[in-house]
Unconditional design. Structure first.
Length: 122
């Protein structure tokens, strides 16, 4: 009876060992896949944070241009040449804002860009 009990225990230990190895391999595979997804999302987050910071900087610059334009418009003028100078400065400010916005749009608004964000790692 003792030999049969030892044999049963060895079989149970062997089955447990095999199940542990298979389970460990499955968990390891899932862990690797999860790490890949985490790295993908971390990269996407860093990219989005960078774009957000650049957009904030662009908006701040545009707001500064609007403030300067308001200052120019609040100045009193006595001659046509002063009005022309003001208009020239206002045009320059608005062209700077337009250039900044167009550059940001060109850099970050691509048709393929939005479809790349919807891809998932399987």
């Amino acid at each position: 009876m003792n030999a049969i009990l030892k044999k049963i225990l060895y079989y149970i230990a062997a089955i447990y060992f095999v199940i542990s190895i298979v389970g460990g391999a499955i968990l390891s595979s899932r862990l690797e896949r999860t790490r890949q997804q985490l790295e993908y999302y971390r990269t996407e987050f860093e990219s989005a944070t960078s774009r957000e910071q650049q957009l904030t900087n662009e908006i701040d610059e545009c707001f500064g241009n609007v403030t300067r334009t308001n200052e120019i418009l609040s100045q009193s003028t006595n001659t046509i040449s002063d009005i022309r100078k003001q208009l020239s400065e206002i045009r320059e400010n608005y062209e700077l804002m337009e250039d900044r916005m167009l550059q940001f749009y060109d850099n970050y608004h691509r048709p393929s860009y939005s479809s790349d964000n919807n891809k998932e790692i399987k």
